[in-house]
Write a protein that binds this ligand. Structure first.
Ligand SMILES: CC(C)(COP(=O)(O)OP(=O)(O)OC[C@H]1O[C@@H](n2cnc3c(N)ncnc32)[C@H](O[C@H]2O[C@H](COP(=O)(O)OP(=O)(O)OP(=O)(O)O)[C@@H](O)[C@H]2O)[C@@H]1O)[C@@H](O)C(=O)NCCC(=O)NCCS
Ligand SMILES: Nc1ncnc2[nH]cnc12
Length: 282
């Protein structure tokens, strides 16, 4: 059989590769506070890094199908939004059957699904601001077939009036654009090293996010601990410094004690890594 050459990969193949790579890089990044990483399962009794990898890989066909739907539709509109909703729901089922029912990547399916479709629509225009604007326009469209389950996010919205994953996308991913990506670039410029730069980007996202996972598990006490603790690491010089590492260690302990897992921030770090990796890749 003839070997497949790299240039024969389709745009949809390459976007699915980049999305899955972003998820695997997020899972592997260590030490993340109270999240699953290479050290252990963080605040999750039912997760480990191998399951995060398996979950990420199970989503490759879904990301490819989302990119193909965007190429076929050719524009932001209801047909594409509803196709993404259907493909996303099927992807969630693939994820749940891989993880035996554990929600590993629901938020990531949403964020990376929108960004993958936005990139496939205009592969020559993947600058962060243009890409997130197209993704936001998609997120603002109402999928008529979306079920309205009483998700953790919906319960938290009722209880605290918090903005969740839907609003983050509809606003054009401000946590990624205004926090994660600038911090990633800043820490790289300061020669923090790639892993520390990614940790700093995660912490920057955590400083301001209304993470519905944290709110659901640990209420406003958990959210304040996450936001203030993340800011304290950055104020101490970031994860590449000794003082910053001490603060990071402290944050890990505090969040574990509160059972507060910043899963939404982890998904948005994956979105950040996806956008970063798109630069010049298509
Ligand atoms: C439009 C949807 C986002 C609707 O989903 P939902 O109503 O569920 O919205 P949220 O709960 O607000 O968010 C969904 C997931 O997004 C992550 N997230 C949380 N906060 C934010 C935030 N502020 N910004 C961005 N993203 C956020 C989070 O995902 C992570 O949490 C997972 C674990 O959470 P949970 O299930 O609560 O698990 P545990 O606490 O561990 O449970 P227990 O052990 O206690 O039982 C974690 O793995 C991360 O993934 C939220 O879960 C959208 O999802 C939707 O409509 N989907 C349907 C189909 C569709 O359209 N798909 C996309 C097409 S592009
Ligand atoms: N590394 C991680 N740990 C726990 N929940 C997550 N959701 C997405 N990534 C996660």
């Amino acid at each position: 059989m003839r070997a497949l050459k790299l240039h024969e990969l389709t745009l949809a193949d390459r976007l699915a590769d980049i999305a899955v790579d972003a998820l695997i890089d997020e899972a592997d990044l260590s030490p993340k506070p109270a999240l699953v990483d290479r050290r252990g399962n963080g605040a999750h009794s039912d997760l480990h890094v191998g399951l995060m990898h398996a979950s990420a890989l199970s989503l490759w066909p879904m990301f490819k199908e989302m990119a193909e739907a965007a190429i076929e539709c050719g524009e932001v509109g209801l047909p594409l939004r509803e196709a993404l909703g259907r493909i996303g729901r099927e992807g969630e089922q693939a994820m749940l059957s891989t993880t035996h029912g554990v929600n590993t990547h629901r938020g990531a399916i949403w964020a990376l699904g929108l960004l993958t479709a936005a990139a496939a629509l205009e592969p020559q225009s993947t600058r962060a601001s243009a890409l997130t604007l197209r993704a936001a326009k998609l997120a603002l469209l109402n999928d008529r077939y979306a079920p309205q389950p009483l998700s953790h996010g919906a319960q938290v919205a009722q209880r605290y009036g918090a903005r969740g994953a839907r609003e983050e996308a509809q606003l054009g991913f401000p946590s990624v654009l205004q926090r994660g990506l600038p911090q990633l670039h800043k820490s790289r410029q300061q020669n923090a090293g790639e892993q520390n730069a990614r940790l700093d980007a995660l912490l920057a996202i955590m400083t301001d996010l209304a993470d519905t996972c944290v709110l659901y598990r640990a209420g406003t006490e958990g959210l304040h601990a996450m936001q203030h603790g993340a800011q304290a690491v950055l104020d101490a010089g970031g994860s590449a410094t000794l003082a910053g590492r001490r603060q990071l260690h402290e944050l890990d302990h505090q969040l574990l004690a509160l059972n507060a897992s910043p899963g939404g921030a982890a998904d948005l770090l994956a979105a950040c890594l996806f956008i970063d990796r798109l630069d010049g890749a298509l």
